[in-house]
Every structure is written in structure tokens, then in C-alpha cells.
Write a protein that binds this ligand. Structure first.
Ligand SMILES: Cc1cc2nc3c(=O)[nH]c(=O)nc-3n(C[C@H](O)[C@H](O)[C@H](O)COP(=O)(O)OP(=O)(O)OC[C@H]3O[C@@H](n4cnc5c(N)ncnc54)[C@H](O)[C@@H]3O)c2cc1C
Length: 385
């Protein structure tokens, strides 16, 4: 049903090996210690998986969105934080690939396949769902822009070598006054606030970024002045697809654990897997996860075929469907495993904490329903919805 060419199939089997050898054994530890997995970054880099969407001409392998989703799913099945590291990398890279000048691409993209890390910075303390209320300003001064403001919750933020930053170049123009910039680590005026202490996804790093009279060369602007909002919306569509794939992997990982446990746990003289109540719960978990997977694959196919409005609607629907499913499935996996499921000796309690984030980040699931509804009613005459 899912068609991949030989090269993509080989990449997926490499990913499975890495998950088995490196990612799964480290998942509990990086969660417990809230540790950024540099060893995983190294292994991803060595195997061409750190930035697999990057086209070959910039040093990547150029997989399509569907293949990247399957990679994310496989990784998230064992460790959602490690999948998030790749998602943040793609979120920081794609705005440059899709909107940057050729010079900007050649300067910055090859490094991302060689181990440099990227981040995507839109959210601010007062601007989450309402991203247009951002306060960060970029003032043009000759051949530079001077940025002032702060961003929060930024995944990979504190470790990123380059950050795609959104700021108002002309606040009077609303959405058409936002521009995007590549900001490099070490730029004078860039400093870091706290790294967040989180409920879940504790193996990823989320940082506050502070810009104080930070001068960025005009050549680091991505696209034209005022293109930032369109660039951000396109990046958010793909980011939502990636989050959906991550959620499907997480749900599948919880199912794997629950099925295994149900077959081994004996109560009342037989495995709990023989209790109809447990069987029904698992049937629902598997059916919902399979449905979320199909919707995610469909969204990926629309993006691979560059179907603009359809892709936006499907990415939003896949994101809220898959993450709501992951939340329900991971919670039920804990239930299937009873008291042991609640303990840190088994991975499902971590998976349940990790699932919660996917309902929130890259646009909350309330906002996802608004995005999908806007596309559903888009063809109605103005004023009717
Ligand atoms: C761990 C983590 C990682 C993140 N990584 C990044 C990153 O790398 N880059 C980045 O830019 N951002 C990142 N974010 C930010 C994330 O995208 C925002 O948290 C998210 O968009 C929601 O914004 P908010 O937290 O300010 O919530 P708010 O916008 O304050 O929302 C609070 C509640 O109100 C609801 N709500 C708000 N407006 C509406 C509305 N119009 N209709 C219905 N309900 C509404 C929301 O659904 C939510 O339930 C990250 C966040 C987290 C927690």
C-alpha cells in the first residue's frame, strides 16, 4: 500500500537498525536525565538521517515527505524525543530551502547534513496561537537588520547552529509585514534564557532566545521583505505532518508494549489478553492508530504532489487526529498494564507524557480544527462563514 523505492526502503531498514541499537536503549535515560542526545545526533549524521529531506545537491539524500514520515514514525515508536530532534531540524531547514536565495541555501544547507543543527523560532511569550501579535522587530539599517525581541519554547533552540527567526519588518502591514531571517549561533546580541523543564519529550531541548540589538546581514533574509508569514504557514503545514507521523509512531509503540504485556500477565489463572475487556480495548487502539496512519500518509502524498489547499487541510486533520489518538492510545496502554504501566520500569508512562505535547505544539489541536474548517468552507461566498 505504501510505495517506496529501493533507496527509501534501504534507508528505512537502516533507521530500524539505529532504533534497535542506539535509540531504544537510550530512550528512558534521556527522559530521566532530561539530556539532549548528542550521541544520537552523531549516529543520525553518519547515516544521512539528520536532514533526509535535504536534496542531494545540498548534501542530503532528498527523500520525499512520505518517506520522512515513515522514518519519524519508526523512531517515535521507541523514542518520541529523538523524532522531535529531526522534526525541529526539518522545521528550521525547510523555510530556507523553500524560500531562500541560492546563495543562502549554498551557505547554510550543506552544514545541516554534516551535523549542524537547526531550529524554527516563531513563538513568543505573548504570541502563541496568535502569532501575528509577535513583538520581535527587525529594523533595516543599511546592509543589515537589527533585531530586538524574544522567542520561547524553541525546540533545539539552545543547541542550534542556525535558527529561522520570524520578526516584523513593518508592523503596520500585519501579516504582510513579517519577514524571516537566518540567525547563526554566536551572532552578537543573541543570548539564551532558560531551558524548559518539561512534563514529557524530556530528551529534547526547549529554549528561550533573546535578541538585543542583534545585527543580521540583509543577505540572511529569507525571500523578500514581507514574505515571512507565507513562509511560516508553509513551514507549519509540513511541521504538522511531521507531528502527525510522530504521534502515529508513539501510539504504535504503546500498542507494542501493551500487546506484549497482555500476553504475559496472568491474572485469574490466564493471560489478561484472554479477557474480552482487554481485547476490545486493544482492538480500538489498533483501529484508531491505523486510521491515523492512513490519514497521515494521505497528507504526505498531497504535500509530495504540491496540492496547496488540500495539503493544508490534510496536514491539520492528520495532526489533530493522530495526536488525539496517541493521547488516548498511550493512556489506554497504561490502563492495560495496570499498576506496572504507571511505573517508570515500563515505557508507556513516558509515552503518555510525550503524547500530550503533540496535542499542543506546532499549533494546538483547537487551532488545527480552525485551520481545517477554514479550508472546508473556503469556497463559500465571503461572509457566509
Ligand atoms: C515543548 C514545546 C516545543 C515547542 N517548540 C516550538 C518551536 O520549536 N518553535 C516555535 O516557534 N514554537 C514552539 N512551541 C510553541 C507552540 O507551537 C505553542 O505553544 C502553541 O502554538 C500554543 O501556543 P501557546 O502555548 O501560547 O498557547 P495559547 O495560544 O495561549 O493557547 C492556550 C489555549 O487556548 C486555546 N486557544 C487559543 N486561541 C484559540 C482560538 N482562537 N480558538 C480556540 N482555542 C484557542 C489553545 O488551543 C490552548 O488550548 C513549542 C511549544 C512547546 C510546549
Amino acid at each position: 500500500m505504501i510505495e517506496l523505492d529501493r533507496e527509501q526502503q534501504m534507508m528505512l531498514s537502516t533507521v530500524k537498525e539505529i532504533v534497535h541499537d542506539v535509540i531504544r536503549p537510550r530512550a528512558a535515560e534521556i527522559d530521566e536525565k532530561q539530556e539532549f542526545p548528542w550521541d544520537t545526533v552523531r549516529v543520525f549524521t553518519e547515516n544521512g538521517i539528520l536532514t533526509p529531506l535535504l536534496p542531494e545537491r545540498y548534501g542530503g539524500v532528498g527523500v520525499n515527505y512520505l518517506c520522512f514520515c515513515l522514518i519519524l514514525e519508526e523512531i517515535a515508536r521507541a523514542c518520541a524525543s529523538s523524532a522531535l530532534l529531526l522534526i525541529a531540524q526539518a522545521d528550521g531547514m525547510l523555510p530556507i530551502l523553500c524560500g531562500g536565495s541560492e546563495e543562502l541555501k549554498e551557505d547554510h544547507l550543506p552544514g545541516l547534513a554534516r551535523g549542524k543543527l537547526a531550529a524554527f523560532a516563531a513563538t513568543e511569550p505573548g504570541a502563541g496561537s496568535d502569532v501575528l501579535s509577535m513583538k520581535t522587530r527587525a529594523l533595516r539599517k543599511g546592509e543589515q537588520y537589527v533585531l530586538n525581541g524574544r522567542k520561547c519554547f524553541i525546540t533545539n533552540g539552545g543547541v542550534a547552529d542556525l535558527i529561522t527567526v520570524y520578526a516584523y519588518t513593518d508592523p503596520d502591514k500585519g501579516g504582510r509585514g513579517i519577514s524571516a531571517f537566518v540567525v547563526e549561533k554566536g551572532t552578537p546580541g543573541l543570548s539564551y534564557g532558560k531551558n524548559e523543564n518539561k512534563m514529557g519529550m524530556r530528551g529534547s531541548i526547549n529554549s528561550e532566545l533573546i535578541f538585543e540589538d542583534m545585527a543580521v546581514p540583509a543577505g540572511n533574509r529569507i525571500g523578500r521583505e514581507g514574505d515571512g508569514m507565507a513562509n511560516m504557514m508553509a513551514a507549519l503545514d509540513t511541521s504538522r505532518l511531521f507531528a502527525a507521523a510522530q504521534a502515529v509512531g508513539l501510539a504504535q509503540g504503546a500498542i507494542d508494549e501493551a500487546v506484549k504485556y497482555a500476553g504475559e500477565r496472568v491474572q485469574f489463572g490466564r493471560p489478561i489478553a484472554r479477557q474480552q475487556a482487554i481485547q476490545f480495548m486493544l482492538a480500538d487502539m489498533v483501529a484508531a492508530t491505523e486510521a491515523a496512519r492512513l490519514l497521515t500518509c494521505q497528507a504526505a502524498r498531497f504535500l509530495d504532489r504540491e496540492k496547496g489547499h488540500q495539503a493544508r487541510k490534510y496536514c491539520a486533520m492528520a495532526k489533530f487526529t493522530a495526536s488525539d489518538t496517541a493521547m488516548r492510545v498511550t493512556t489506554d496502554a497504561v490502563q492495560v498494564m495496570g499498576g506496572y504501566g504507571y511505573m517508570k520500569d515500563f515505557p508507556v508512562e513516558r509515552m503518555m507524557r510525550d503524547a500530550k505535547l503533540i496535542q499542543i505544539y506546532t499549533g494546538t489541536n483547537q487551532i488545527m480544527r480552525l485551520v481545517a474548517a477554514r479550508e472546508i468552507f473556503r469556497t463559500l461566498p465571503a461572509g457566509s462563514c
